[in-house]
Design a protein around this ligand. Structure first.
Ligand code: C2E
Ligand code: CA
Ligand code: CA
Ligand code: CA
Length: 283
């Protein structure tokens, strides 16, 4: 007769391998943070599709591992969260993004593109987030409104009181706030208006389903029109096709982020992308 124990045995070596691998990665991540230079922000353009203008970027973290190559955030952010390393990583991301915004500020006082930085739950719960933001603003002297902090809908819902308080304080400094992955959590639409934020990012899963059915299409339209009623901006995430852009433009969505315009780019390529759009806008 098969017992639980008999069943479990074949998995033990594999579990051991996973634990070792994870331990390796953790040690590597600690080393990378101490050494510097391996963690790097990429920037994915966000386009204003109503006015055909460059709006800004989302900063997305990459790890250039010396032997593993480019490691995806999906593979190390959860580890960084569990170990608390995300707090130090996040602090550096905010400063690096602010430095990049400063570099993208046109000489003579034009507005730089807005850059959104992801803030994880652990970072949000830790003390010092507000200090990190203020510190980055002071060092780089960027306009506060050019820095946006992106928090997920589920993070907001985990602790609504604390979140509202912190988001209010972030916005009081003049920085922007966006709610990421909207629609994947459990917030009721009727409570949304109580949260201080500037932008709603409609999750890619809704954009994908837009073409599947009338319902899929209407759900995106309802989210977009609700955001409009609340006077919040909308970013459609993960847009890959031109027909999606056309549909979103027709329903009044302002901003699009996705492979249809560009994948996330290293800073130098993002700079070239920005120059190209600025030139186009001047012509
Ligand atoms: P996210 O914040 O929802 O970021 C959007 C993800 O969608 C990015 O994956 C981006 O590369 C991808 N994406 C963009 N356009 C398209 C598209 O048209 N099609 C498809 N299929 N995907 C698209 P990425 O860069 O792998 O990041 C994954 C997740 O890792 C992020 O999801 C975010 O939760 C987390 N992350 C990334 N950077 C940071 C960071 O600096 N801090 C924190 N806390 N989390 C980060
Ligand atoms: Ca995000
Ligand atoms: Ca997202
Ligand atoms: Ca996501």
């Amino acid at each position: 007769k098969t017992t639980g124990r008999n069943k479990a045995e074949p998995f033990e070596p594999a579990m051991h391998a996973t634990a070792v691998k994870r331990f390796d990665l953790e040690a590597d991540l600690r080393r990378a943070i101490a050494k510097g230079g391996e963690l790097e922000l990429f920037y994915q353009p966000i386009i204003d599709i109503q006015n055909d203008r460059m709006h800004g970027y989302e900063a997305l973290l990459r790890w250039r591992h010396p032997t593993r190559g480019l490691v995806s955030p999906i593979d190390f952010i959860p580890l960084a969260e569990d170990t608390g390393l995300i707090v130090e990583i996040g602090r550096r991301c905010i400063l690096e993004a602010a430095r990049q915004i400063a570099a993208w500020t046109p000489p003579g006082g034009g507005m730089p593109p807005q850059v959104a930085v992801n803030v994880s739950g652990r970072q949000f719960a830790a003390e010092g987030l507000l200090d990190d933001i203020e510190n980055a603003l002071r060092i780089t002297e960027i306009p506060p409104g050019s820095l946006k902090l992106e928090v997920t809908e589920s993070l907001v819902m985990d602790n609504p009181e604390r979140t509202v308080d912190l988001l209010k304080r972030i916005m009081a400094i003049g920085c922007k706030v966006s709610i990421d992955d909207f629609g994947t959590g459990y917030s009721s639409l009727s409570h949304l208006h109580r949260f201080p934020f500037n932008t709603l990012k409609i999750d890619r899963s809704f954009i994908v389903r837009m073409a599947d059915s009338r319902e899929g299409f209407e759900i995106v339209r309802v989210i977009a029109s609700m955001a409009k009623v609340l006077e919040r901006d909308v970013v459609a995430e993960g847009v890959e096709e031109q027909n999606q852009v056309t549909a979103l433009r027709d329903m009044g969505v302002e901003f699009v982020q996705g492979y249809v315009f560009s994948k996330p780019l290293p800073a130098a390529e993002a700079t070239a992308f920005l120059e190209k759009w600025r030139q186009k806008e001047r012509d």
